[in-house]
Design a protein around this ligand. Structure first.
Ligand code: ATP
Length: 238
């Protein structure tokens, strides 16, 4: 099950600084949408504002028909929205399995719970192998997969991923993105992906937005952007 996200005229910032300046942004149900841009463009701030971690200063955020603009971060998982922050923020001294269990905490004890665990381990077979290992001892790629799987345990309809490629080798980045695509296809989720790795992000997504100094400067189908010489030279090192 998936849900749409609609952002209109969003403004956010810190103290005197304005970081997000009037963003319009859409993700249709079931779509993989990438937000790409350089360091400091405001990508994390955008995700954190949608997820209720930072307050919106102006504008509206809708999840399906529901206005979530003023909702706090802890209210949103129950509405179907999950955020996987940069680095994953796993509990390092808990096992992989315990981390996954934490993700599905609200269902704990129900008959559905073990089915859910089984489902995510189907999706991420490496986690079945590693389930008894401390999360802190996972490799970068495994950690990222565990963080995504933990979010899936909360049965979200939309997952937002903040720079899942950070710290990973090119091969692992590709593997993680392949899994993201498979996840979207198998679970029919909506995915919003924020990335500095522009070529991989455009490769996995249906549509993308280019964020520059807190404003959207381009939006187009990802295949169109990845073939665009201006995007290639500005963001893809080509
Ligand atoms: P990166 O790719 O490097 O993570 P980003 O596009 O995600 O960058 P943000 O992390 O959203 O960008 O940062 C945008 C701007 O907001 C930067 O100038 C940053 O220094 C500033 N900023 C981010 N978090 C805070 C904060 N908690 N307090 C003050 N300024 C902040």
């Amino acid at each position: 099950m998936s849900i749409s996200l609609t952002v209109r005229n969003l403004h956010a910032g810190y103290g005197q600084a304005s970081v997000i300046e009037g963003i319009d942004f859409d993700a249709a149900a079931g779509e993989i949408v990438a937000v790409v841009g350089a360091n400091g463009a405001g990508k994390t701030t955008l995700l954190n504002t949608i997820a209720g971690v930072n307050p919106a200063r102006e504008g509206t955020i809708r999840l399906g028909d529901l206005d979530i603009t003023r909702m706090a971060a802890h209210e949103l998982p129950a509405r179907g929205l999950a955020l996987v922050p940069e680095g994953g923020r796993l509990f390092p001294f808990m096992t992989v399995r315990e981390n996954l269990e934490m993700g599905g905490f609200s269902q704990r004890g129900s008959a559905r719970f073990s089915e859910m665990l089984d489902e995510v381990m189907e999706l991420f077979p490496i986690l079945r192998q590693r389930q008894k290992q401390w999360a802190g001892s996972l490799s970068g790629g495994e950690r990222q997969m565990c963080a995504i799987a933990r979010a899936v345990m909360g049965q979200p309809q939309l997952i937002m991923l903040d720079e899942p490629s950070v710290g990973l080798s090119p091969k692992l980045v590709h593997q993680v993105f392949e899994l993201v695509r498979e996840l979207a296809r198998k679970k029919g989720l909506t995915i919003v992906l924020v990335e500095q790795n522009v070529s991989e992000a455009l490769g996995v997504s249906d549509r993308a937005y280019v964020l520059d100094h807190g404003a959207i400067v381009r939006s187009a189908p990802s295949s169109e952007l990845s073939g665009d010489p201006a995007i290639q030279s500005a963001y893809m090192g080509l």
